[in-house]
Design a protein around this ligand. Structure first.
Ligand code: 5GP
Ligand code: ZN
Length: 131
């Protein structure tokens, strides 16, 4: 059972921002900021690591369109576009989705902090990351 599949099938009501054959965008019930929207594929896939490229591309096209539309229509000054992948990254609903969070000020109820951590040798990191 997946709550977003239930939303996609219409079993659970939602506030639809955008819909096509493959992608649905709805208002996030939490509204971290005014206009907070979730973009998801209609096909169930747990996260971006499991998703095929085509599914991600379809979502990306909708994110591109809606981020501009939402920022323009709400009068926001910018937005955060965010995907949480895995519980360790804060994912709570295991159906791939991307957050569009309009930003009005630096004191919005959103906090991303990129703290200084252990210094890394970038050459070693690159070798590992590129595989
Ligand atoms: P995650 O933490 O997995 O990246 O984000 C899940 C998001 O789904 C949360 O921001 C939460 O508010 C939202 N959410 C959970 N259940 C529902 C629901 O039933 N309807 C809507 N519209 N959003 C939901
Ligand atoms: Zn699902």
């Amino acid at each position: 059972m997946c709550i977003f599949c239930d939303i996609i099938s219409g079993k659970i009501p939602s506030s639809k921002v955008y819909e096509d054959d493959d992608v649905l965008a709805i208002l996030d019930v939490s509204q971290v900021t005014f206009g907070h929207t979730l973009v998801m594929p209609k096909k169930h896939v747990a996260d971006i690591l499991e998703a095929d490229e085509e599914t991600v591309v379809k979502c990306a096209k909708v994110i591109s369109k809606l981020s501009k539309q939402i920022v323009h229509n709400t009068g926001a000054a910018g937005c955060n576009v965010l995907n949480n992948c895995g519980e360790v990254a804060g994912q709570t609903v295991h159906h791939l989705h991307f957050h569009i969070i309009p930003r009005y000020s630096e004191s919005d109820a959103v906090c991303f902090q990129f703290n200084e951590s252990e210094k890394q040798n970038l050459a070693k990191v690159l070798e590992k990351v590129k595989g």
